[in-house]
Design a protein around this ligand. Structure first.
Ligand SMILES: [Zn+2]
Ligand SMILES: [Zn+2]
Length: 207
């Protein structure tokens, strides 16, 4: 577990995404397969899972970020373009089949779009890894889902994604001033903009 300003990072184990916890909400929930570890981490961060976590924000629909949603009694927010995959229990679009799992259809409470506010964070629509992928940005920290990772990484675009969209999204992110890059997988880093600019050069074939 790590802390970046007010954000607690629960590092994903197994196939789980990283999970971020702040205010009254949780960003992504992992596969749900390692829930005891997630639950203990949440407790250690000083949160009560039922009383303190009111909302789940999913960065995108993939199973490794949304499979754990069902274990929380919280309202779910996801971009309007990725919402149908969860609402329909679409095992292809959510990539649940790749994990040998199925996802039950789920009720989505908030359909997010570009510019929406989540407490101090703004929703940035970053399609490419999925069509409804989002990042959350507060002027200093970027929760980037599977759009960009540290060390020049970026998400796959071959699971219902699009390379050109991903290029444009990473270009957009590379123009932000990012101190902490808090990605969906792998380590968080404190010189975020440098890492995102590297991803931008690599995806454009300039490296
Ligand atoms: Zn992922
Ligand atoms: Zn993903």
């Amino acid at each position: 577990m790590k802390k970046f300003n007010d954000i607690t990072m629960i590092e994903g184990i197994g196939f789980d995404s990283n999970i971020y916890l702040f205010d009254d909400l949780i960003v992504d929930t992992g596969t749900g397969e390692n829930f005891e570890y997630v639950l203990n981490s949440i407790k250690n961060a000083g949160y009560n899972i039922t009383d303190d976590i009111k909302r789940i924000v999913n960065t995108h629909c993939h199973f490794d970020h949304t499979g754990g949603n069902r274990l929380f009694s919280a309202k779910i927010a996801i971009h309007e373009l990725d919402a149908p995959a969860l609402e329909n229990g679409d095992n292809i679009a959510t990539a649940a089949y790749m994990f040998g799992k199925t996802l039950e259809p789920a009720k989505i409470d908030f359909h997010l779009k570009e510019g929406d506010k989540i407490n101090d964070f703004e929703v940035i629509h970053t399609p490419g890894h999925t069509i409804g992928g989002i990042c959350l940005y507060d002027g200093e920290m970027l929760i980037s889902g599977d759009t960009v990772f540290a060390d020049g990484g970026f998400g796959r675009y071959d699971i219902c994604g699009d390379l050109n969209m991903l290029r444009e999204s990473i270009q957009k992110l590379s123009e932000l001033d990012v101190k902490y890059l808090l990605p969906g997988h792998g380590p968080a880093v404190s010189n975020g903009s440098e890492h995102i600019k590297l991803s931008n050069r690599i995806i454009k074939g300039l490296w």
